[in-house]
Design a protein around this ligand. Structure first.
Ligand code: 6GU
Length: 241
């Protein structure tokens, strides 16, 4: 998979995507990631990327032109590599809420372009012109789309082959099956007077699996009644307890 990020902070995005699990997978070429400076596509002497909003009001609005020209160059680079025109996602607080289901959809694509703006917004016309969709990562306001784009890139790239060490690793995690994860423990067996649940030391794999499944359901019911209701509905209301 190839991901491109169009942003005013390409170095920030590049640094984040060069660390830890994603950074290692990038060096192994499990995927390709390119960060692009929108400011490089301005046509004015001051390299200004924003202007006052028509109709007045606080803050500035990003101009359509540099975003548009940056995206066209990225599309050209993708096509020169033999890839299709990338699926284009604009990161905006007004977008559709991001979920693991969406991550799994995006992970199937050969290429993806994430476009970051400021929270005051981008000129709506460049969104109309280019966006296949708008995504928000939650109901709170960020100063820019970069952290949101990095959340999307991380959650999509960890689903690519070779990125995680154990391919079954993510099957058991939160949101994969619609339940929260069961609690995990490692050495020592007793820490600060707290013992590991004895079943996990029993070596009885069927009992361990049953305990974990029960913990996952109980946690979801208590902590996330919204997820629990959906989980039960999806299973024909047979598992209410
Ligand atoms: Cl994608 N952008 C901004 N600026 N704020 C957000 C967001 C995106 N998602 C949640 N809040």
């Amino acid at each position: 998979m190839r991901i491109d990020i169009a942003t005013l902070f390409p170095d920030l995005c590049d640094t984040v995507m060069s660390e830890s699990i994603i950074g290692r997978a990038r060096r192994k070429e499990c995927f390709e990631l390119h960060c692009h400076q929108i400011r490089d596509y301005t046509l004015n002497k001051q390299r200004q990327v924003d202007d006052y909003p028509y109709g007045g009001g606080p803050g500035m609005v990003m101009n359509a032109q540099p975003i548009h020209d940056c995206c066209l160059e990225i599309i050209r680079q993708n096509e020169a590599q033999g890839l299709p025109r990338p699926h284009i996602v604009f990161m905006t607080a007004a977008g559709q809420p991001y979920t693991e289901e969406k991550a799994r959809q995006l992970a199937q694509l050969p290429n993806l372009l994430l476009v970051c703006g400021h929270y005051e917004g981008m000129d709506e016309r460049v969104i109309e012109e280019l966006a296949d969709e708008e995504i928000s990562i939650g109901d709170y306001v960020l100063t820019g789309g970069e952290l949101a784009a990095l959340v999307v890139a991380d959650s999509v790239l960890r689903l690519q082959p070779g990125v995680l060490s154990a391919p079954e690793g993510y099957q058991e995690e939160s949101y994969w099956n619609g339940l929260l994860e069961y609690p995990q423990y490692t050495r020592p067996e007793v820490w600060q007077g707290r013992a590991v649940p004895p079943v996990l030391l029993s070596g009885h794999h069927a009992n361990i699996e049953a305990w974990r499944a029960q913990q996952a359901r109980e946690r979801t019911r208590q902590r996330r009644p919204d997820l629990w209701e959906k989980y039960c509905k999806d299973r024909g209301e047979t598992e209410k307890e």
